[in-house]
Design a protein around this ligand. Structure first.
Ligand code: SAM
Length: 388
C-alpha cells in the first residue's frame, strides 16, 4: 500500500492523490472541502492538470490571457513556467489590480480583445475567456491562427450555455450586424427559451434571445475559424465546467502528445454526465432561488396590505366606538325627553278633565239662569204644558 492510497496529509485532510477522503477520525473532511468551493464552479483555475499537460509538451514562455476576472488563473501560468503573462481585460476590478500588482512577470492590458491582440507580441499559449460570443471569438481566432499558428489555444465556454448561443459583456462594442437580439433573461437546462429564472448576468452580461443558427456561440465560431484556416487544426473538448476546448495545429511539436494527454478527459462520458447533471441541478437551484425571492416579495406586499388594513380597521373601530358613545347619550336624552313629554301629557289630561268639569258646571249655571228668566216664567204660565 502506498502512502497516497493509505491516506496522507494533516489529520482531518486525508487524501488519496487529489481526492479528499478524510479518515475514520475525521469523516467530514470531504464535506468541508465541498463547502469551501463556490456553488457554481466556473473558473479555468480548475483545469490546472490540463494546463500542466500543455506546459509539459510545449515550451510555453509567453501567455496571453484574455478575460482575467479575479486573476486566480494568472499565477497558475507563472507557476507552471511561463516567463511573461499578458492579462487582457477591459474592466479590471480593484481586486484584480491588487492581485496582479506584485508579479513582475504579469502585464495588465486594459483593452478589449480582439483589438488588444495586435499590440502584443506573439505568444505560445492563448487562453480565450473574454466575451463569449461568435463575433469576438471568431475575430480572436482569425488573428491567432494567422499570426501565431504555432501557439496552443485554450478556449473556455465551448459547451452549454455559450457553445451555440452568444453572450455579450458589452454588446455595444460590436457592430450591430455582428450581434443577435439579446436579453437580460438567461438560459436554463429545463427548457429552450430564456427565462428570468435562468442563468442571468444580473447586469454583467446579456444573452442572445435565440440559440443556434449561423454565427451564434463560441463553438460555432471555433468550427468556422478552423474551417476557414489555411492549415489543419484539431480541437479537443473537455466536457467540464462549461466546456474547455484545446486547439492545436496538426503537426506542431507537442500537438499529438497534448491530444493524447487530454484524451482521458475528452473521452470521459463520466465527466460529460457529471457536467450535465451539475448544470441541471444548478439551474434548478437558480429557479428555486428566484421563486423563493418572488414569494418573499409577495409576502412583503401582503404584509404591507395587512398592516394598512389593520390601520383602517383600527380607525373604523375608533369611529364606531365614538358613534356608539354618541348614540348612547342621544338615547338617554331621548328617554328623558320622552319622560318629560309623558308628564306634560298627563298634566294636559288632568287639565282637560278639569276643563270639562268646569264646562259642565258652567252649563248647569247657565241653564239655571235661563230657567229663572221672567219671560220664561211668563211663557210657562201661558203655556203650562210646555217645558223648556
Ligand atoms: C468569465 S470571466 C473570466 C474568468 C477567468 N478567465 C477565470 O477562469 O477565472 C470573463 C472576463 O472577461 C472580461 N471581458 C469581457 N469582454 C472582454 C473582451 N472583449 N476582452 C477581454 N476581456 C473581456 C470580463 O471583464 C471578465 O473579467
Amino acid at each position: 500500500m502506498t502512502p497516497a492510497s493509505r491516506g496522507v496529509g494533516a489529520p482531518g485532510a486525508a487524501l488519496r492523490g487529489h481526492v479528499t477522503t478524510g479518515d475514520r477520525h475525521d469523516p467530514h473532511a470531504q464535506a468541508r472541502a465541498a463547502r469551501a468551493q463556490p456553488l457554481l464552479l466556473h473558473s479555468l483555475a480548475l483545469f490546472r492538470e490540463v494546463f500542466a499537460a500543455v506546459f509539459t509538451h510545449c515550451d510555453i514562455g509567453t501567455v496571453v490571457e484574455i478575460g482575467v476576472e479575479s486573476g486566480q488563473v494568472t499565477e497558475m501560468y507563472t507557476g507552471l513556467g511561463a516567463r511573461r503573462v499578458y492579462c487582457v481585460d477591459p474592466d479590471p476590478s480593484p481586486a484584480l489590480r491588487a492581485a496582479l500588482g506584485d508579479n513582475d512577470a504579469v502585464r495588465l492590458i486594459e483593452q478589449p480583445s480582439p483589438a488588444a491582440l495586435a499590440g502584443l507580441p506573439a505568444a505560445e499559449l492563448y487562453v480565450l475567456d473574454g466575451d463569449h460570443n461568435y463575433a469576438t471569438v471568431r475575430a480572436e481566432l482569425e488573428w491567432i491562427l494567422t499570426r501565431a499558428p504555432d501557439a496552443v489555444i485554450v478556449l473556455h465556454d465551448v459547451l452549454w450555455p455559450c457553445g451555440r448561443r452568444d453572450l455579450y459583456y458589452q454588446p455595444t462594442r460590436l457592430p450591430a450586424e455582428a450581434r443577435h437580439p439579446d436579453s437580460a433573461d438567461g438560459p436554463t437546462i429545463w427548457h429552450d427559451e430564456l427565462t428570468p429564472t435562468g442563468f442571468v448576468g444580473a447586469g454583467a452580461f446579456t444573452t442572445a434571445t435565440h440559440a443556434g443558427g449561423e454565427a451564434n456561440g463560441v463553438l460555432t465560431a471555433v468550427e468556422d475559424a478552423v474551417a476557414a484556416a489555411r492549415d489543419s487544426w484539431s480541437l479537443t473538448v473537455i466536457p467540464a465546467v462549461f466546456g474547455v476546448g484545446v486547439l492545436v495545429r496538426d503537426g506542431n511539436p507537442g500537438a499529438e502528445a497534448i491530444r493524447a494527454a487530454l484524451s482521458p478527459y475528452a473521452d470521459s462520458s463520466l465527466l460529460a454526465a457529471m457536467e450535465n447533471n451539475r448544470l441541471a441541478l444548478y439551474t434548478r437551484v437558480l429557479q428555486l432561488q428566484y421563486e423563493a425571492a418572488q414569494h418573499v416579495r409577495e409576502a412583503d406586499t401582503l404584509a404591507e396590505r395587512l398592516h394598512s388594513s389593520r390601520q383602517q380597521l383600527d380607525q373604523l373601530t375608533r369611529r364606531l366606538h365614538k358613534a356608539e358613545q354618541r348614540h348612547a347619550s342621544d338615547l338617554a336624552a331621548l328617554e328623558e325627553a320622552h319622560q318629560r313629554l309623558a308628564a306634560v301629557s298627563a298634566r294636559q289630561a288632568t287639565l282637560r278633565g278639569a276643563a270639562a268639569v268646569i264646562a259642565e258646571l258652567a252649563g248647569d249655571a247657565a241653564r239655571r239662569r235661563v230657567r229663572e228668566n221672567p219671560i220664561t216664567r211668563a211663557v210657562r204660565r201661558v203655556l203650562p204644558g210646555r217645558r223648556r
